[in-house]
Design a protein around this ligand. Structure first.
Ligand code: 4NP
Length: 162
């Protein structure tokens, strides 16, 4: 079965939040036997960490939940807006940066805040854990496990419509 949905997660550095989103979603998609149908990637609005594995604190927190993080950081590219079906950003700054790639708003509906999919948390953004303590990384994963579950349901519905 060919890929039918292309999903991109975006944060600032692509070493904490969006790799965690990618890892959590990969596992849910694999458990639903949809790996062949849903392509998942992540990227950062900044290119500082290009080529690096995720931050060790994020990887360790995810590993405690049996979620492997294996992505390599890359910077988001304007062409990602054409090639992906949905780009989920972690905060309003990411949203602003992505919108600057698309001044005419041609792909406006494709770029959404990740927290729109969270139903068990009141957060409107996924807070950047990079300069904080270990609880920040746990909070990121809690948000990811909440939002990705609903995101999968959303994508499954869209796969049903021809
Ligand atoms: P992320 O976190 O956007 O969730 O990957 C950050 C990673 C690195 C930096 C900032 C945020 N940094 O300043 O290097």
């Amino acid at each position: 079965m060919a890929t039918r949905f292309r999903l991109l997660f975006i944060c600032l550095g692509n070493i904490c939040r969006s790799p965690a989103a990618e890892g959590v979603m990969r596992k849910l998609v694999a458990d639903a036997n949809l790996t062949d149908q849903i392509f998942i990637d992540s990227a950062g609005t900044a290119g500082w960490h290009t080529g690096k594995l995720p931050d060790q604190r994020m990887t360790a927190a995810a590993a405690r939940r049996q979620i492997p993080l294996t992505s390599r950081a890359r910077q988001v590219h304007p062409s990602d807006l054409q090639s992906f079906d949905l780009a989920l950003v972690m905060d309003h700054q990411n949203l602003h940066d992505l919108r600057s790639f698309d001044p005419e708003g041609l792909h406006k509906q494709k770029v959404r805040l990740f927290c729109e999919f969270c139903t068990d948390h009141p957060d409107t953004e996924v807070p950047d854990p990079y300069y904080g303590g270990p609880e920040g990384f746990e909070h990121v994963l809690n948000l990811m496990e909440d939002g990705c579950k609903n995101l999968l349901t959303h994508i499954q519905k869209s796969l049903l419509t021809p």
